[in-house]
Ligand binder design. Structure first.
Ligand code: NAD
Ligand code: ZN
Length: 245
């Protein structure tokens, strides 16, 4: 495929690659995205959309329903990094990748070994007591039912994920913006780019090349130097990591 050769050339010529990803990066790991035909928007849950349930106002008004949905659809304890996550780890190890900015909350990039990671929507692996601040992991959350309560103080334990209507952590956002604005190659992958502020973050990029890898068209395609309509895991797997000796 000619596009893969173009991508390889861009990777070879880049020193500061930044990867900007969404739910499509993890579908090959068995975690459904939102907007694909088999995505969570198609799952009927009491007539509510994921966006309604995963909102700050819904969390406070109907915590029980929120947690039922959260445990059932957002926690995937068996999911493992796929070829895309693994390639990104290799690229970071080879000092080619400056950072990953992800909208995903599944933590798979960290499990794959990446350190230079900006999880702008948080992570399911940290759950924080709203009263005493104690932190619990995903296994703990999976072992609870109803509204999860802190074993130490009885406070409600809230996942450290950014709900609709909540602002992302400003330090994470500042770091992510800085990496994108300093990148020479930006790879945007597996995201419909419909969720703000993520959507407009790609506009901070002023480097040499921007590549979009997605099964469907995205609002960033018009600004991209290369658009690959393919599977993120397969496309990323094809990249040969250029090692500097
Ligand atoms: P989205 O569902 O809106 O869009 C995903 C895009 O990826 C779609 O355009 C789809 O065509 C494409 N896609 C899916 N699988 C692909 C593949 N294997 N190869 C190429 N393209 C593929 O997701 P989004 O833009 O990330 O926005 C959804 C929001 O929901 C995010 O904020 C995210 O936090 C959250 N979310 C996260 C997870 C996760 O952590 N894995 C899963 C679902 C939703
Ligand atoms: Zn507590």
């Amino acid at each position: 495929m000619e596009e893969l050769q173009d991508l390889q050339r861009m990777v070879n010529g880049a020193r500061r690659i930044v990867f900007f990803g969404g739910a499509g990066v993890s579908t090959e790991s068995g975690i459904p995205d939102f907007r694909s035909p088999d995505g969570l928007y198609q799952e009927e849950f009491q007539g509510l959309t994921p966006e309604m349930i995963l909102s700050s106002s819904f969390f406070y008004l109907h915590p029980e329903t929120f947690f039922d949905y959260y445990r059932r659809y957002l926690l995937h304890p068996g999911a493992r990094p796929n070829a895309a996550h693994r390639k990104l780890y290799e690229l970071e190890k080879a000092d080619r990748l400056r950072g990953i900015v992800t909208q995903n909350i599944d933590g798979l990039h960290r499990i794959a070994g990446n350190i230079r990671l900006y999880e702008i929507h948080g992570t399911v692996h940290r759950n924080v007591c709203m009263d005493c601040g104690d932190v619990y992991d995903m296994a703990w959350m999976l072992g609870t039912s109803g509204i999860p309560r802190c074993p130490h103080c009885g406070g409600v334990v809230k996942p450290e994920v950014v709900l609709y209507g909540e602002a992302p952590d400003r330090y994470v956002m500042m770091g992510a913006d800085r990496e994108i604005s300093q990148a020479d190659l930006l790879i945007v992958a597996g995201t419909s780019l419909t969720v703000e502020p993520a959507a407009s973050m790609t506009e901070r990029f002023h480097g040499k090349h921007m590549v979009v890898i997605n099964r469907e068209p995205t609002p960033a395609d018009g600004r991209a130097d290369l658009v690959i309509r393919g599977n993120v895991a397969e496309v990323m797997e094809s990249i040969q990591v250029p090692y500097i000796n």
